[in-house]
Design a binder for this molecule. Sequence first.
Ligand code: URA
Ligand code: CA
Length: 435
Amino acid sequence: MMRMVDVIERKRDGHELSTEEIQFFVNGYTDGSIPDYQVSALTMAIFFQGMTEKERADLTMAMVKSGDQIDLSAIEGVKVDKHSTGGVGDTTTLVLGPLVAAVGVPVAKMSGRGLGHTGGTIDKLESVEGFHVEIDNDEFINLVNKNKIAVIGQSGNLTPADKKLYSLRDVTATVDSIPLIASSIMSKKIAAGADAIVLDVKTGAGAFMKTLDDSRELAKAMVRIGNNVGRRTMAVISDMSQPLGYAIGNALEVKEAIDTLKGEGPEDLTELCLTLGSHMVFLAGKAESLGEARSKLEEVIKNGSALETFKIFLESQGGDASVVDDPSRLPQAKYTFELEAKEAGYVAEIVADEVGTAAMLLGAGRATKESEIDLAVGLVLRKKIGDKVEKGDSLLTIYSNFEDVNEVKEMLYENIKVSSEHVDAPILVHEEITE
Ligand code: URA
Ligand code: CA
């Protein structure tokens, strides 16, 4: 009989765990037969000893098998999922869904709410009156086959092993382990039914991984796991030193997504969506090359079919699609305030995570699971790093339902720096990692 103490000892001493040993601890932890204290000892041993490529793939698949797996085989075509490691004002999912669906890539998105600076994709979409994700599985599959895009709320019992393990790591100082992070993220994508995966690994102050080296290591680890378990996977490392696009907030980001689908969105958001989207189209087999994929995406923006796909998607899930032509029908904040530059110069820094927290304080995101989101509020940047400003220019607009935003303003002034010297805009896409 296998004993957990031996598994811990072997990892402690730097040995490679077998597939059976990994399945043993994941299953035992999930069903409660192995206690927290033994699993915390093991995760600490993993933290110091690391995991081989084979162990990472085994851990990922053991977590996938610990719960339900979504079966998307009734959907025609290659189901490519995109995952972002999380940023501030990251509107890419809202844009990418309709964008790649318009060139025929099936988008079967399972999404959540979660904590953060703004709501999750579902919260954002719910700023469209009537839109809902409470659809059953059959309807979900029919909608994807018909419209190439649908979003459903997280259902079922996906990767329970990861849920338990992640909470344990959180309180045992073992979150920051590349093999554990990589298998955690990949297990969720695979359980959700993805055939192929495009990862957007953020780097910089607003990201989970603050340095390019760490981001690259995480990206490579995830790409290897995916490819080793038979899911074609690639990663883009993109900038999150400043927020992406201009808007940070729920309805504000829906408006930004509409602008972007029209070809009138922020340059960085547009470029990142075209980059990620090209890889999705390519992996789905809808183009022979990345160049061809990109041309197809540019074409559906230009000819209006990306926007039309967004309308059909909203309508099919009960939403008022007239917001697309008239975004003033989205929830509106009672007050707006401009954050005026105190001096002339160049924007040198927009600290993404702090600016995100300011949006959350206005009510755009959840601080705890119980918090209520205010869909109307948030921030819209008027300047980005490298832009020239005159004294009195608006750096950003605050959309609030509170009359007094002095605290938020103070926080924003501390985190948006203007320098007298010219500053270059940060690089948006650092690397694209395919193997
Ligand atoms: N996000 C996850 O989903 N898992 C981790 O382990 C870390 C970040
Ligand atoms: Ca944005």
